[in-house]
Design a protein around this ligand. Structure first.
Ligand code: 6PG
Length: 245
């Protein structure tokens, strides 16, 4: 897997580097397309980057009217639930920047998973357009992804079959049983740029496997992310400790 690996010393530096990168990609997208389509990751790792992006010195550089935010996945809980990825993003970023609500495209975690997946797929098809071959006409300028200690990304879990057509799918977490809604490989891989954010010693072994071992997409779903555009990893020293740099 040829990809760009950047290692920073601490999670704070990871947050800083990620937030600055989001601004850089956004400004380029504004210039090239007039709009910036960002697909955000859930979980804990990106929270610091979202909070950093909300700080005045970075936030004021963006025309939030031209930012569209989509979600890579969502837990099937209400939007005000502590486990909701929307809730995490609202607390860390959305409540602190002047982004119009119409620009935040939330997955309906409160709805039955199949319905939430169906309606999000329809939303994405209408927003991005669909080519005759079923691929998206427009793409995300930047997709942020995390890495689970088991090798999952978004809610593409180990043992799940590769999705070749649908853009959105309901999935059940293999250990907790909780339901999720996730973007799938065809849409995630259409992005202009994909950035994995990985921090912590508990991810080190899996990160090394994902990047340095033979392809095993069933066991390591993060290896399914082979985007059309750039693939980058922004990791802290602890997560990089088992990787060949
Ligand atoms: C989620 C994410 C999931 C996450 C990884 C890493 O909804 O939790 O989509 O894929 O990115 O599990 O999570 P942490 O950043 O919390 O380690």
């Amino acid at each position: 897997m040829s990809s760009d690996l950047q290692v920073v010393s601490t999670p704070d530096q990871l947050a800083e580097r990620c937030a600055v990168h989001i601004v850089q990609v956004a400004l380029l997208a504004f210039a090239n397309r007039g709009v910036f389509r960002l697909c955000v990751a859930g979980g804990n790792t990106p929270r610091g980057a979202y909070a950093r992006l909300a700080q005045q010195d970075l936030a004021h550089q963006l025309d939030w009217q031209r930012v569209h935010i989509y979600f890579g996945d969502e837990r099937c809980v209400p939007p005000d639930h502590p486990q909701s990825n929307y809730h995490m993003l609202h607390e860390s970023l959305l409540s602190r920047v002047p982004i119009p609500p119409s620009r935040v495209h939330r997955i309906a975690g409160e709805a039955p998973p199949p319905l939430a997946a169906q309606s999000y797929s329809e939303l994405l098809r209408s927003a991005l357009g669909v080519e005759p071959d079923g691929s998206p006409r427009q793409t995300f300028d930047l997709v942020l992804l995390g890495l689970g200690a088991d090798g999952h990304t978004a809610s593409l879990f180990p043992g799940s079959s590769l999705e070749l057509e649908e853009w959105v799918s309901p999935r059940q977490h293999p250990t907790t049983g909780e339901w999720r809604v996730t973007l799938t490989e065809p849409l995630l891989n259409s992005a202009e740029e994909t950035l994995f954010l990985v921090a912590g010693e508990d991810k080190a072994e899996r990160l090394a496997e994902v990047r340095n071992t033979a392809l095993d997409m069933l066991r390591l779903p993060a290896q399914r992310i082979v985007p059309r555009g750039h693939l980058r990893f922004l990791v802290d020293q602890a997560a990089a400790s088992r990787s060949f740099i």
